[in-house]
Structure formats: structure tokens, C-alpha cells
Write a protein that binds this ligand. Structure first.
Ligand SMILES: *[C@@H]1O[C@H](CO)[C@@H](O)[C@H](O)[C@H]1NC(C)=O
Ligand SMILES: *[C@@H]1O[C@H](CO)[C@@H](O)[C@H](O)[C@H]1NC(C)=O
Length: 361
């Protein structure tokens, strides 16, 4: 940490010597605000430091670039969206990988519809339907006149409604770090109604609206706000219907996708960790201009050197925490899908899906 700080100081001085502040702010390309989170939670209790993720097996090595989200079909076959635009199928027993449907871009959130169809979030194309006979249709790519730039996470309700997010209307997939760094609420929680073929904005001004998952009873959903290190609860039924409250905040990292296990818990992939240094720097808006200069964020970010996933009960209480503090087994974990005795891990750092035998919880 001290070294990183020195590095930044040296950079600041060298930049100051060669350029004016206005040149820096112009070059950074962001319009930052201060981001305030409580101090990082103590790594004790459920959050006790461990190396459980180091036990994972690697599925489809070399064939799955940046497998971001994962869905499983009735036969136990896994589907994942890759950075080469393919949705690929993985046979978990043998590890065999097949190209399935070419979507283009980088397909992110995946969830099954009720007609053998797969619903897909692709950042710029929007919410897509891959029909049972593998035809591709765009269901929604804008709402209230604002186009999606980072269509990201989704879940499908029993009534067929599709709840999904646009993480930010300002930055794209390959510049999403800048949206998180900038700290402005550019995200939206959306609902697609298949009976009317219309999209409704449930909530705007969200802080990088990412993964979405419905509760077991479907009386609420949880939506993760990556740049606020928290997940929000949006009520779908009851007297609080249409209102939003904190589900879990002050996470030990930045949440990405969230998936319900069909019984009692949500799994959250934490794509980036937190350090005292980054927590402090994020509180100082002008410093963010410097962090946004080429190469600086990569220098201080420890995200590629750690991996964390968290299980949270329906009451928002953390239940289990699996991590690899070295990031050697996997990193930039985006999703954790529980299937039988295993957890399958999507990520943006590697070219494989992680398969981890779950321990008794
Ligand atoms: C998606 O495709 C299926 C056909 O496989 C169709 O029945 C369904 O109506 C389409 N749209 C939605 C929103 O599911
Ligand atoms: C980001 O991706 C878009 C296409 O989606 C491309 O046009 C652009 O050059 C990319 N930018 C960077 C910085 O890689």
C-alpha cells in the first residue's frame, strides 16, 4: 500500500510538472463525485480470510474467454457468454465446450424463459431472446428515450416478466471502470413485460446497476450496485411494493452478478476487492481524475489479485464466504451459480469457468 501511494505521488508530481490541472481533467474523461462507504468490514466471523476458492477445478480452459454469467439447463448443461461474442455450452462431467449461438459483443446476464428460450443481456444490443430454435430477437434496447450502453444482469419471474439492468447509459463495457470510478448514478433497473412487449423503468439513478435476482417467493428482487459496494432490495409485492431499501451494504468488495439458489440464499460474485487505499482515494473527487489517467488504476487496483464470492440469506445476513486472496485460481469473479453440490464461477480475468465443490455450510 505504501509503495502504491508513493507511486501515485511520483506520478502526480511528474504530471504536475508537465501539464496543467485542466489538461489532466480533460484527459481523464470523467466528471467525478466523491464516493463514501463505511470502513471495510473486519475480516472475521463469516468474512474470516480463507483460501477455499483455491480448491476449484477449471472447466473449458482456453476455450472460454471472459465467461461472465452462467445458466444451467434441465440436463445440467452450462451456458456462458464469452468475450468472443459466443454463448458456449459446457458439459460439466467431461468439460467439453461447444459454440452454441453467436450473439456478438460480449453476452453478459443469462436466464431461461418459459418456452425453452434463453434471455440474454448484451451491453449495447440490449435485452435479447434466443428462441428455442436458436433465432435471435431484440426485445428492448432503450427505455424512456435513453439507449442502453451496458445491458448487464437479469432474472425472469414466474409470470414471464423480465427484470434487468442497464449498468450505465454513459460508459460502455470496455470503459465500465470509469463509470465506477466517476461514481455517478447512471444505472437503471428495468422490467420487460412480454404480454405488452413494453419496457418500464422501475428505478433510475442507480450506482452501476448490475446483477438481479428474485427471492424464492418472488415478493422482492435484489439488485447490486457495483460502485456503492452494496445490493438493494426492490419490493414486488405487499405494502412496500415499488419501494427500495438496502439489502446488504458495506460488502468486502464490489458486487457483480447475484443468483438465487432456488432455496434459501443468494450468491454474489465480488468482481473487485477493497483496500484502505482505494476506499480513501475514492472519497476525494479530484483525485479520481488522476486515477482515470492511462495505467494508473491498473497500478493500484488489487482486483486481479483476489477472488471473492459471498452467500447471503434472504434476510440480508451473510452466510458463507469463499475467497482466494492471491487470485491465482480465479479473479474478477462475476457470478456464482449453485448447481447440486457445486458452485460454478464466471469471471472476466480467465478463459475458464471455475467449478468448486461446496462445503457443508
Ligand atoms: C422468446 O422466444 C420464445 C420462443 O422460443 C417465445 O415463446 C417467447 O415469446 C419469446 N419472447 C419472450 C419475451 O420470451
Ligand atoms: C470499446 O469498444 C468499442 C466497440 O464496442 C470500440 O469502438 C472502442 O474502440 C473500444 N474502446 C477501447 C478503449 O477499447
Amino acid at each position: 500500500m505504501a509503495l502504491a501511494l508513493l507511486g501515485i505521488l511520483a506520478l502526480v508530481i511528474s504530471i504536475a510538472a508537465s501539464a496543467t490541472w485542466s489538461a489532466i481533467t480533460r484527459k481523464s474523461g470523467i466528471d467525478p463525485v466523491a464516493s463514501h462507504w463505511p470502513p471495510t468490514p473486519k475480516m472475521e466471523g463469516v468474512f474470516a480470510t480463507n483460501t477455499l476458492l483455491q480448491e476449484l477445478d477449471e472447466l473449458g480452459v482456453g476455450e472460454l474467454p471472459g465467461p461472465e454469467d452462467i445458466a444451467v439447463d434441465d440436463n445440467g448443461v452450462l451456458y456462458t457468454g464469452c468475450a468472443d461474442g459466443w454463448i458456449k455450452r459446457i458439459f460439466p462431467e467431461t468439460g467439453e465446450v461447444q459454440n452454441w449461438v453467436q450473439v456478438g459483443g460480449h453476452p453478459l446476464g443469462l436466464a431461461w424463459g418459459h418456452h425453452g428460450n434463453l434471455l440474454v443481456c448484451e451491453p449495447t444490443r440490449g435485452l435479447l431472446n434466443i428462441t428455442a430454435d436458436k433465432a435471435l430477437e431484440v426485445l428492448s434496447n432503450e427505455a424512456d428515450g435513453v439507449k442502453y450502453k451496458l445491458t448487464d444482469g437479469l432474472d425472469v419471474a414466474k409470470d414471464g416478466s423480465i427484470y434487468f439492468t442497464d449498468a450505465t447509459h454513459e460508459f460502455g463495457m470496455n470503459t465500465s471502470d470509469f463509470d465506477i470510478l466517476q461514481g455517478r448514478p447512471n444505472g437503471r433497473l428495468l422490467k420487460y413485460d412480454p404480454s405488452t412487449r413494453t419496457t418500464t423503468v422501475l428505478r433510475k439513478n442507480m450506482y452501476f446497476a448490475n446483477g438481479v435476482a428474485l427471492s424464492a417467493k418472488q415478493d422482492f428482487l435484489v439488485v447490486c450496485e457495483t460502485s456503492m459496494v452494496r445490493c438493494m432490495k426492490y419490493w414486488l409485492q405487499g405494502e412496500k411494493k415499488g419501494t427500495m431499501e438496502v439489502f446488504i451494504d458495506n460488502l468486502p468488495g464490489h458486487p457483480d452478478n447475484i443468483r438465487h439458489n432456488g432455496r434459501d440464499r443468494f450468491w454474489i460474485g465480488l468482481i473487485a476487492g477493497r483496500t484502505r487505499l482505494t476506499d480513501t482515494l475514492m472519497k476525494i473527487a479530484p483525485l479520481k481524475h488522476i486515477l482515470a489517467l492511462p495505467g494508473v488504476l491498473q497500478k493500484i487496483s488489487t482486483s486481479s489479485k483476489m477472488a471473492k464470492v459471498l452467500a447471503v440469506g434472504e434476510d440480508g445476513v451473510p452466510l458463507a464466504f469463499y475467497e482466494d486472496p492471491t487470485g491465482k485460481s480465479i479473479a474478477l469473479v462475476t457470478t456464482a451459480l449453485e448447481v447440486g453440490d457445486y458452485l460454478y464461477l464466471g469471471n472476466l480475468a480467465r478463459n475458464y469457468v471455475g467449478k468448486l465443490k461446496l462445503r457443508q455450510l
